[in-house]
Design a protein around this ligand. Structure first.
Ligand SMILES: Nc1ncnc2c1ncn2[C@@H]1O[C@H](COP(=O)(O)OP(=O)(O)OP(=O)(O)O)[C@@H](O)[C@H]1O
Length: 266
């Protein structure tokens, strides 16, 4: 069963010119053990979809299920418990998901208490190369260190859902690699990891890529699906679904030239 399943999700925000439709009927399925990247232009609804999936905002319409159970039937208290125990959240500005008064080790320990899990704070900090910063508060850390700490803290105990908004956008390659490695490690432990990102490094690291445009899902594919397809023992290949309308009568002219195969409508 999927961890989260959204059908026809709708989200509206008040704006001076009338309501903005940030999500306009999005279907999405989130599975444990996978990294899903949500991409799309600025304003396309990525952060909104993350907030809805992370149970931080109630959708204005549509159906959202958590482990098959309708989220709209949960009380505020039940939602709060779910968020604390099961959902890791990394805000677009990492300091927004850190406790300002706690040092780096304290962030990890506090998160472990929230989740009711045991966690080796020093080992967790070592995963993102913050061993030397264990006693330092967020305000004193660099932007890259804050981001690495926020991701490490959100991932404590491999929560069922780990959501991060642009977690690598401001990072150099070394820090981005540490963050992506930690996210992969949590996915391998069972977390469903969902990112909003423009960053090719994060998109490459994802198992599934969802593309949003104007609050609508304009495409989704599993990593590599657009690059490789299987040719079976009889030489048959399955075309991607979006190619099928090009050949409405189910017939195709195949030409092989210069190492390329081309398909044309008869
Ligand atoms: N709290 C809010 N109040 C009013 N409008 C909002 C609010 N949050 C988002 N919006 C609007 O909803 C739309 C989608 O915004 P969202 O932040 O989800 O997009 P995004 O794809 O994450 O953009 P970016 O890449 O710039 O972060 C935009 O038109 C935005 O202006």
């Amino acid at each position: 069963m999927p961890l989260m399943e959204g059908r026809e999700l709708l989200q509206l925000y008040a704006a001076p010119t009338g309501p903005t439709q940030a999500l306009r009927g999005v279907d999405v399925t989130v599975l444990g053990g996978r990294i899903s990247a949500i991409t799309g232009p600025s304003g396309s609804g990525k952060s909104t979809l993350l907030a809805v999936l992370a149970l931080r905002e109630r959708p204005a319409g549509g159906e959202l299920r958590h482990r098959g159970r309708l989220v709209s039937g949960l009380t505020r208290r039940q939602l709060q418990v779910l968020r604390r125990r099961e959902i890791g959240w990394v805000a677009q500005r990492p300091t927004h998901s850190l406790f300002p008064q706690l040092d780096a080790r304290g962030q990890i320990e506090q998160m472990a208490r929230f989740r009711g899990v045991r966690c080796d704070a020093d080992a967790t900090l070592a995963e993102v190369e913050l061993t030397d910063q264990a006693g330092v508060r967020p305000a004193v850390l660099s932007g890259g260190e804050q981001q690495r700490l926020a991701v490490a803290a959100a991932g404590v105990g491999a929560p069922a859902l780990l959501v991060a908004d642009e977690p690598t956008a401001e990072l150099d390659d070394d820090s981005a690699a540490l963050v992506l490695r930690l996210l992969r490690a949590r996915a391998d432990q069972g977390s469903a990891v969902v990112l909003a990102t423009h960053d090719a490094r994060a998109i490459d690291a994802a198992d599934t890529v969802l593309r949003l445009r104007h609050g609508v899902l304009s495409g989704a594919h599993d990593a590599g699906q657009d690059r490789t397809a299987t040719i079976d023992g009889l030489g048959r290949i399955q075309l991607p679904e979006e190619a099928l309308p090009l050949f409405p009568d189910g017939r195709v002219i195949v030409t092989v030239t210069d190492g390329h195969v081309e398909l044309h409508r008869p």
